[in-house]
Design a protein around this ligand. Sequence first.
Ligand code: NAD
Ligand code: UGA
Length: 487
Amino acid sequence: MQLIKNEIKKRDHAIKNICCIGAGYVGGPTMAVIADKCPHINITVVDVNKDRIDFWNHPDVNNIPVFEPGLSNIISRVRGVNLHFSTEVNDEISKADMVFLCVNTPTKTKGLGAGKASDLKWIEACARQVAKSAVGHTIVVEKSTLPVRTAKTIQTILESSQPFNSESNGNKTFSVLSNPEFLAEGTAIKDLESPDRVLIGGEDNQAINSLSDIYSNWVPDSKIIKTNLWSSELSKLSANAFLAQRISSINSIAAFCEATGGDVREVAKAIGSDNRIGSKFLQAGPGFGGSCFKKDILNLTYLSEYFGLKEVANYWESVIALNEWQKQRIARKVVDNLFGTISGKSIAILGFSFKANTNDTRESPSIDIAKKLLEEGANLFIHDPKVEKNQIEKDLNIPEFKHSDYDENILRANNEEGSWMYKKSIKDALYNVDAAIILTEWNDYYNIKWDELSLNMRRPAWVFDTRSVVKPDEIKKAGLNLWRLGD
Ligand code: NAD
Ligand code: UGA
């Protein structure tokens, strides 16, 4: 009976039920868009984190756990129709024709390869769960970013679930595909709805067609690239490494501009006008953040070393080294300009997420820069339109300074080690500060009325703009000093 079901499932390659394991920044938005574009497919996103699933099921779609422009609207259209969120991982795997693995793959913190290799324990756990709970033929899709050749490990785990000659479950079959995700946070919905390309790597043509048929519902065939498994896995790591490398390149030129009188915005425009170079990803800033660039390059360097390619590892490592230097350099510029000491001084941090339009703070440059300034004894007033106070507390690993009747003199006098407070509005964040540092390019910061708000700052006051957000003339007119990255 089971054999017949397998055959039918295999022959009829149209996917009807999808299970996505991992309800994070990729799993949630990706499945929401597939559900929206494919009303004929029933999708359940599962996660072991019950709180996260509860938030995805929150009656108010503005409270879903991932902030992405346009996502709430899609969720309100498809949730409870053909998109569901659940903690019943095994049950949902058993119903699925296709299972997406969308779990986290952070850098290992201990053991072999610690600090470089990706920790695959969550992926492995998923593969074991799929091996145990799948019924009939199941296509397993790697959506997480994985080291090259991980598909082999997954395949091995899946195959080991088929005991030789066992009547009971020997007839499970699997095909493993690689389908890395290229969305960027903050533009995830746009990226998913009109991707530059969709990449599918695999060996089983029928499985590849089943997956490409899903994307064909809204992505032109010309944009669906099919490769072998290893090219697909490696392309994802390489794409992130190339993107990050552009940022380190332009940040290195920003430092050069500061030393020589160039303006990095002008240089970026001049070099980006060359068709071969292109204008995107040439925005100098406080260093790249986000959960992936650093971890994926570290992974690439680990693999390079593993395969005996020391020079390749060194090359990519330098991209990260420059990024770390950039963050420290900015903190140093702040101290230098504030007469060499910031102990007891108040500084507004404008922006805590790693880029605009996301509430994600993973590897945000704001964390390292804020920590450095705290170390120097500064009192930070932190504002971000989307990042919550609890998250900042977790990231800085220092409790927020509490004072019921806020008195800045007490705060200043009290603090040798530095302190931080969360500020709900830009106006509150700028009140009585010696300086403001713009670290995230949120729209709100483009519209600050410096002529009004500067009146409440403590003179001589500074603006440090690491994102090319302010208009220098406005800052000057407001009687403020300006330091702009790459100027
Ligand atoms: P995330 O941490 O936001 O989400 C991962 C989720 O998986 C978590 O909620 C976790 O609880 C869940 N999970 C882990 N193990 C599980 C298990 N065994 N069963 C059920 N649930 C489990 O991660 P993310 O940002 O969505 O990234 C996921 C993957 O996608 C990573 O490999 C990342 O490199 C890659 N990626 C991320 C982005 C991005 O912008 N964040 C973009 C492209 C690719
Ligand atoms: C990045 C890639 O852009 C995605 O294609 C990829 O899917 C994703 O990583 C991933 O694998 O996780 P993301 O990190 O979400 O996406 O955001 P980006 O727009 O790439 O920005 C990353 C960091 O670089 C941010 O801190 C951003 O401010 C910084 N950046 C970006 C610059 O400093 N300058 C630029 O010109 C562009």
